[in-house]
Design a protein around this ligand. Structure first.
Ligand code: GLY
Length: 556
């Protein structure tokens, strides 16, 4: 990999060697899988494929072979980064108004449940691509742990059960799908074994034949037949023509740190960079808690407004990326940011609506013993995706089509609105919020990200600000979360996360503060402290199933 190569982004730093490797993911079995691949000499990219496949088996609510994701790879040797874009695409027969009923209203059921809700999956092609181009071990070796987990089963955990209870009614529309995830006929108890023989067979086809094992032949035929039987419009040609894209990451600089993060079709990197560009003029650590939350929320408000207006798949629409990332543009946005008063979102023009939180999607972070890093956020969209697996495949379909704007200005399942930039078109990628990120100086490196629908970007912002404040990953993944996304015009906070005085102070500035009845997100982070040559890994304490571990390679 030569510096200056078209896609890879060069970042010039010295190259110390770590004396450890680390993995943090949403499931302890997936973390173990990654560590075992690293222990047998695999590199970070090998481990990323193996962790992704294991998560597809043991955390089906959040990601899977029927979904997609973004894998941000960073090579320590060359100091180069690339984002492997395995995002789903709209099928060839998709069209702008496909979810509108006769009255012109969005049919929410069609948009999120069953065959029509599913985009063409990107995850299997991305695993194959990463293994072939960047890995050092055969794909079959990397998929083997996932195949074993699918064949032998794994115990349902709290997250599996909690999220399945939210999708049980829809999943029961398709008894063959329900039989996979609810083998006893109802939502399992924590500890019940979930065995997925059809998924094991599909993973084996991928292991044996690479991407063709999924996108062509027997598996593809079953996927197309099953999707069409459940109201979908996939064709064999849609599967065969799916392409992984390599994207140049978004990079920006904030107070001496280099940020490397997700470009379109994610909105995350641009929004994150915009928020940091606005915030860099303020001394956040010298502010009171009210001032700090106010200023950060105002930055969030402005970035989410631009997300709604401008962002979409850059292969299809012109997105003013350079403008949105420019420090001058951020300075312009700051001119109407008052330190003593909230800016009503309505005064910023355009008026989208509600924004609930999400626990879907997953993230893992890892660093190998050579210092290579992967920050990956993967998804099937809502918990258990479209809640439907075409018979005989074990492939739970995503419902990512709902990340498109089904109608200009209409909220999707997260309340996110969009306009023509994110309208449905054949083979287009739907806009995402997934924000796998690496933040580095010559002394410290953070690899972090989280699931959480529209709240992903603000969680990553709060996590990285905490890292820049000097804290380690246990702190970033634990920080109390607040969120503003332009509309509705309010700051959401986690339960009991702010004192009554702080809430009063924010309300006195003109903010509406909404305390939610539950927490959100599931952040996984790894830090390499180059100055002490130590690593730390942490998983979000909000869910118990995560696994984070550091393995020392040199005795101290
Ligand atoms: N499906 C969630 C996202 O991509 O943002």
């Amino acid at each position: 990999m030569a510096c200056g190569f078209l896609i890879w982004t060069c970042v010039a730093f010295a190259k110390p060697q770590p004396q450890a490797y680390a993995v943090s993911s949403a499931h302890a079995l997936a973390t173990e899988t990654g560590l075992s691949i690293l222990a047998q000499g695999g590199n970070a990219y090998d481990a990323a494929v193996a962790v992704s496949a294991a998560l597809a088996v043991v955390e089906p609510a959040s990601s899977g072979i029927g979904g997609g994701g973004f894998w941000l790879l960073h090579s320590h040797d060359d100091q180069l980064s690339v984002m492997v874009d395995g995002r789903e695409v709209a099928p060839g027969k998709a069209h702008r108004d496909m979810y509108l009923d006769e009255s012109g209203a969005v049919d929410r059921d069609l948009a999120v449940n069953g065959g029509l809700a599913a985009g063409i999956p990107g995850a299997p092609a991305a695993w194959d691509h990463i293994a072939q181009k960047y890995g050092s071990l055969p794909l079959a070796v990397l998929l083997d742990p996932a195949i074993q987990l699918a064949e032998q089963g794994f115990p349902a955990d709290e997250k599996y059960v909690t999220l399945l209870a939210m999708r049980e009614g829809v999943m029961n529309r398709w008894p063959e799908t329900a039989a996979i995830f609810m083998p006893s006929g109802e939502v399992p108890q924590v500890g019940d074994l979930i065995v997925q023989p059809d998924l094991a067979k599909t993973l084996r086809a991928l292991a044996d034949h690479g991407r063709d094992g999924f996108y062509k032949g027997d598996v593809a035929e079953k996927l197309v037949a099953g999707t069409q039987a459940a109201g979908g419009i996939w064709t064999l040609d849609d599967l065969a023509r799916y392409e992984v894209k390599e994207r140049q990451p978004i990079t920006t600089e904030y107070k001496g740190y280099e940020l490397i993060t997700a470009p379109p079709p994610s909105s995350g990197g641009i929004a994150l960079a915009q928020m940091l560009n606005i915030l860099e003029a303020y001394d956040l650590s010298g502010m009171s808690s009210v001032e700090r939350i106010h200023v950060i929320s105002e930055a969030m408000r402005r970035a989410y407004r631009d997300r709604a207006l401008y962002l979409g798949d850059t292969d299809f629409v012109d997105v003013p990326v350079d403008l949105l990332l420019s420090k001058d543009y951020a300075a312009g946005l700051r001119t109407h940011l008052r330190i003593d008063r909230a800016t009503p979102s309505a005064s910023l023009a355009n008026d989208p609506t509600v924004w609930p939180e999400g626990d879907n999607t997953t993230h893992f972070s890892l660093i190998d013993a050579e210092g290579n890093m992967v920050s990956a956020t993967l998804t099937v969209n809502l918990p258990y995706g479209a809640a439907y697996a075409p018979p005989g495949t074990g492939v739970l379909l995503n419902n990512e089509m709902d990340d498109f704007s089904a109608k200009a200005g209409e909220p999707n399942a997260y309340g996110l609105v969009g306009f023509s930039a994110n309208a449905i078109e054949p083979y287009k990628r739907m806009l995402s919020s997934m924000t796998p990120t690496i933040v580095r100086s010559d002394e410290r490196v953070a690899v972090l990200g989280t699931p959480g629908g529209s709240r992903i970007i603000t969680m990553v912002l709060l996590g990285l600000l905490d890292f820049i404040d000097g804290n380690g990953p246990m702190s970033w993944v634990s920080v109390p979360r607040f969120h503003h996304q332009y509309l509705p015009d309010s700051i959401s906070i986690e339960p009991d996360s702010l004192s009554p005085e702080t809430i009063d102070g924010l309300e006195a500035l003109g903010h509406q503060v909404q305390e939610r009845n539950r927490t959100w997100g599931n952040m996984h982070g790894v830090m390499w402290d180059i100055s002490t040559n130590t690593m730390q890994a942490a998983h979000d304490p909000r869910w118990s199933s995560g696994g984070a571990e550091v393995v020392e390679t040199v005795e101290r």
